[in-house]
Design a protein around this ligand. Sequence first.
Ligand code: NDP
Ligand code: GDR
Length: 378
Amino acid sequence: MKTALITGVTGQDGAYLAEFLLKKGYFVHGLKRRSSLFNTDRIDHLYQDPHEENLNFKLHYSDLTDSTNLIRIIQETQPDEIYNLAAMSHVKVSFDTPEYTANADGIGVLRILEAVRLLGLTEKTRIYQASTSELYGLVQAVPQSETTPFYPRSPYAVAKMYAYWITINYREAYKMYACNGILFNHESPIRGETFVTRKITRAAAKIALGLQDKLYLGNLDAQRDWGHAKDYVEAMWLILQQDKPEDYVIATGVTTRVRDFVKMSFAELGIELEFSGKEDNEKGVIIDINHERLKELGISNNNLHLGTTVVKVDPKYYRPTEVDLLLGDPTKAKKQLGWTPKYDLQGLVTDMVQSDLHLVKKDKYLAEGGFKTLNYFE
Ligand code: NDP
Ligand code: GDR
């Protein structure tokens, strides 16, 4: 039985990867942070009571800023594979917490690489570093491949740039099997609610059901190469199964504007939007409602009207420096890893919108039953 260690196991990718590796027969050690509320929602279905026999999934308290903790856990678990997915992963928030982001996202992987080296595990342990298309930043060329120059545009991307190079340096200096997956944006029904796709699909479902009036967004012109996280965790695993350690771009090769992702999400619910106005004053207005579709989805909301503005721009969501266009070239991954994504953009939108519709219906049902809020202080 192979042993894998996943940092950031409570995040979107950590949860899908843990599920994927457990299905492949791995023993999975997941590292989670201590928090004042439970942070294990995404992996609760995988949880095993530590008293159970035949345990193959175990959680450990950890933090990427604590090297002694990482050394101890790596020594105890002796992993065949480490997937370093933990990070302060929100680009906009990295402008608010730049020093912490550098520590966790930049130096975090150095702590892991050093732990593996100091513990004499360089020949046994393979390391995957979660690198990112944010490294390309200010557009130098499209589509972006393994050879396109980097120009990071946020404290997050600059920290990830250090992590990218230190991974390569340890590979070359100590002959370690350490690789970067340069992953373009990937989303899913369990994507964090403040990333743009999930913010959109959740709001579209709430607006359709009458629980929210408007969706406020930042830059609608940004273009992203969006894939499905389920496909991308498979690529992470493939990257660690090769004869030679190398770095790979993982992307779909299709780019879409935020505005079009909004339109596709509302269309999934039978609501057609048209955008008008420019920059800070741009609006998305309902121009058609497919009542058959609403019925089919079990949505009855008499307050949905043609001409209603449901999307507006709020400049507070703009970034001090923006990444305008990401479009990846996954040729190397397809050829060398044999990686083929199963989801296209429409498949991703459908999966996310349907899942959010289900969750919002549950909220609405509870609210109608008188269980809207639970106030501990009353
Ligand atoms: P999430 O934000 O969903 O998950 C991040 C995980 O890291 C969470 O488990 C979080 O814990 C944990 N974490 C944050 N800070 C620390 C810390 N200091 N010590 C230990 N754990 C910490 O991100 P994703 O799953 O979307 O992304 C996974 C990785 O891939 C990240 O490194 C991200 O930067 C990178 N990436 C993501 C892409 C994407 O489109 N999703 C694209 C390219 C790269 P908690 O749950 O407690 O907050
Ligand atoms: P990104 O993802 O910054 O690409 O980083 P995000 O979904 O946050 O933004 C994508 C684009 O949408 C624009 N945008 C908004 N973004 C957010 N979050 N909220 C808004 O209201 C909004 N309106 C417009 C943004 O300006 C941006 O251009 C993600 C993260 O997962 C990183 O960790 C990862 O490395 C990269 O993807 C690849």
